[in-house]
Design a protein around this ligand. Sequence first.
Ligand code: C2E
Ligand code: MG
Ligand code: MG
Ligand code: MG
Length: 290
Amino acid sequence: RAKEGGRNQVMLYETGMQSEIVRRLAMERDLRDAIEQEQLQMYIQPQVDRFGKPVGGELLMRWQHPQRGMVSPAIFIPLAEESGMIIRLGDWVLRQGCMAVCALQAAGIPMSVSINVSPKQFRQADFVDKVKIALVDTGADPALLILEVTEGLLIDNLHDTIARMLELTALGIRFSIDDFGTGYSSFSYLKRLPLYELKIDKSFVQDTPQDANGTAIVQSILSMAQHLGLRVVAEGVETRAQAEFLIENGCHSMQGFLFARPLPLQDWVTQQTAATREDSVRRLPESGTL
Ligand code: C2E
Ligand code: MG
Ligand code: MG
Ligand code: MG
C-alpha cells in the first residue's frame, strides 16, 4: 500500500512537471508571435520629485495574451531570458524607449525615460550598435534615456561591462542600478562604474519607516549615494509615511502606487498634455503637500 502510494506520488509529480513543461513551451511559442501580433504594450510609471512633479518615467512591458489575458513581466521576462527571446523583446523595448523619448518631447513633457535592460541583452556583441541605430532612426535625445541594469550584470566580465557602459555614457546615455541592494552588491563596483543613479528596491522601501533595520538600510543607501554623487530613486512607494521618510532623508525621486500605477504611455501623454493646457499646478495625491 505504502509502495502504491509512493508510486502515485511520483506519477502526480511527473504529471505536474509535464504540464509545467508543456505550459512553458506553449508560452515560449506564444511569446515568439507576441511582437508581430502586437500583443506587447509599453506602460509607463512616472517618477516624481519631492514636490510631486513628474521628472521621469519607467517603461514597463505588458503582454496582452489572447487567451491568458494580461501576463505579468515577472513571469514572461525570466522565460524570455532562458529561451533567448529576450534579445528580440529587448530590441523592441529599446526602440519603444527611444520612441517614448520623442513622443514626450514632442508633447512638451520634460521627462527622462528609463528602460530595463537584461544582462543577456546588454552582453550581446552588437548591443552598442543597436543603441546607436535606435537613436539615429528615431532621433531620440540620448540625454533623456536611462538604462536600468541589475547587479547581476556585474558578476562577471566587469572589465567588459565597464568598457561598454563607458561607450554608451559617451553617447550621453545614463545608467541606473535597478533593485539596488538585492543582488550581489559590492562596494568596489560602485566606484568603478559610470553610474548616474541607484534605484532602491521596493522590499527596502516598504520596510520604512516602521522597521528599524529596513530604515537603517535605506538611510545608509541614501547617505552613501550622496557621498558618491549619485542620484537615488525609490521604487514601490505606496504610503505617504514612506514618501515623507524618503524626502526627509534626501531621496531625489520616487516611483510607486502612491503617485501613479503604470499606465499606457499614450494615456500618460494625453493626461499630461491636458494638465499642462489647464495650466494646473501638479498636485500630490490627497492634500497636495508632503
Ligand atoms: P522592476 O524594473 O523593478 O519594476 C518595478 C516593478 O514594481 C514593476 O512591476 C512595477 O509595476 C512594480 N511597482 C511599481 N510601483 C509599485 C508599488 O508601489 N508597489 C508594488 N508592490 N509594486 C510596484 P512589473 O511591471 O510587474 O515588472 C516586473 C519586473 O519585470 C520589472 O521589475 C523588471 O525587472 C521586469 N520588466 C518589466 N518590463 C521590462 C522590460 O521591458 N525589459 C526587461 N528586461 N525587464 C522588464
Ligand atoms: Mg526597473
Ligand atoms: Mg526596480
Ligand atoms: Mg524591482
